[in-house]
Design a protein around this ligand. Structure first.
Ligand code: SF4
Ligand code: SF4
Length: 400
């Protein structure tokens, strides 16, 4: 291997890129950098050629602000991919570049120390421990006080890290519905690892999904019901890699197929459905529309593009997440509700609405299906208080 782990990937990308620049025009980050995606591959290879040690290579990359902007400013929203006649895969390229950045020490520790979701402590597990949120009683495939490990589950439920931490009542209500409609259920109480990928730990993210797949195999479940499209995609890939015949479904579509009726009326006012970046063909969004009983032209509009949370861009350019969320929220009419597919998007919009209030609400689709709701005021207050309260010193030490 040369100095760059991704040399092969960069050469392959360049071989398929005409440098037409269409992707640049589709992306504010690439526009700011003045680079196309092919330019990222070229920049990485140029830097490698100019260096004979990893330290020299790190210096060469760090002294190219356009390259750093293009790699660390990427939301992985794939908007650029839609403009590329060759359908070049931006995620493959930028994830690889993040891996090289991480190996070369170009992503500072404070950008990722609290989201190492394959370790004992990350921001979600710390929040849960401090606020007494746990699911040992629902995690039936793992032995705990009160039950042995059970391998005869019919279905596994994967709420994902944000929902499990910030919406415990909603998690439990959704779990109960999955069990009622799908048979004996267990909860996979883990993360899909997307924050690891953003930080350049691609292998660790894959290993985490493999660990989840191992748990699903041990549970005996033949169906995996995920709340978030990103978790569903990553877990589908991991289960296939392990050769397991487990069907992966999004909660909304799975419920709709079983005749589940929403337990509360739809919010008043227009609804803006935010398509997840991970929902490339829009099929998860369509399933969700069906679950909510929303047809065409019923005061429903669709948001495309990232909420601002993707790719851990906020750790590189702190104000950009807010600007991106504002850009998306500017399409939401007064009195409307933005309905996201991914709980992290719901969090991101809710946070922005707290910072810059307007007459718009942020909801996850599960909140439109079930009685239980997120309580963002409480969550944000508790998250902020963690750092200054009795656990502040411990958190500062763990995430130093
Ligand atoms: S749109 Fe595709 S072919 Fe054109 S510069 Fe971007 S990656 Fe290359
Ligand atoms: S994935 Fe999104 S943020 Fe990343 S380069 Fe493409 S358009 Fe820009």
């Amino acid at each position: 291997m040369g100095l760059l782990e991704g040399s092969g990937a960069y050469w392959r990308f360049l071989g398929q890129c005409t440098q037409c620049g269409h992707c640049t025009g589709a992306c504010p980050s690439l526009t700011a950098a003045g680079l196309s995606l092919g330019g990222i591959a070229e920049g990485m290879l140029d830097a490698e050629r100019s260096a004979s040690t990893p330290e020299e290579l790190a210096c060469a990359i760090a002294s190219d602000p356009a390259l750093v902007q293009a790699v660390r400013g990427c939301f992985f929203c794939t908007s650029c991919k839609n403009t590329c006649f060759a359908h070049n895969d931006v995620c493959d390229l930028v994830y690889q570049a993040r891996v090289d950045f991480q190996r070369l020490g170009l992503i500072p520790r404070e950008a990722w120390s609290s989201v190492l979701v394959d370790q004992e402590w990350d921001i979600f597990t710390a929040y849960r421990a401090i606020h007494g949120i746990g699911y040992a009683d629902l995690t039936r495939h793992v032995a705990s006080e009160g039950h042995e490990a059970e391998g005869d589950c019919a279905v596994a439920f994967f709420p994902g890290c944000s929902l499990a931490a910030y919406g415990p009542e909603l998690t439990r209500e959704a779990f109960a519905a999955v069990e009622e409609l799908g048979g004996k259920a267990t909860l996979i109480d883990c993360c899909c690892g997307s924050s690891l990928k953003s930080a350049g730990f691609f292998d660790r993210a894959e290993a985490l999904c493999e660990r989840n797949a191992e748990e699903i195999e041990a549970s005996g479940a033949r169906e995996l019901v995920c709340v978030c499209p990103g978790c569903a995609n990553d877990m589908r890939a991991a289960l296939a890699k392990r050769g397991l015949d487990v069907e992966v479904r999004l909660l909304s579509g799975w419920l709709a197929e079983r005749g589940f009726e929403p337990r509360r009326p739809l919010p008043e006012g227009p609804l803006c459905l935010a398509k997840s970046c991970q929902d490339r063909d829009g099929s998860y969004l369509e399933q969700t529309r069906e679950a909510l009983g929303l047809g065409e032209g019923e005061g429903v509009s669709i948001f495309n593009g990232c909420c601002g949370a993707g790719g851990a861009v906020s750790a590189f350019d702190p104000s950009r997440q807010g600007r991106q969320a504002d850009a998306k929220l500017s399409f939401a009419p007064e009195g409307s509700t933005v309905v996201s597919m991914c709980p992290t998007c719901t969090y991101t919009y809710a946070y922005r609405l707290m910072e810059a209030p307007r007459d718009v609400r942020s909801k996850h689709y599960a909140e439109l299906l079930f009685e239980s709701q997120f309580d963002w005021d409480k969550t944000f207050a508790q998250l902020g208080g963690m750092w200054s309260g009795e656990y502040g010193a411990w958190l500062a030490q763990v995430f130093a």
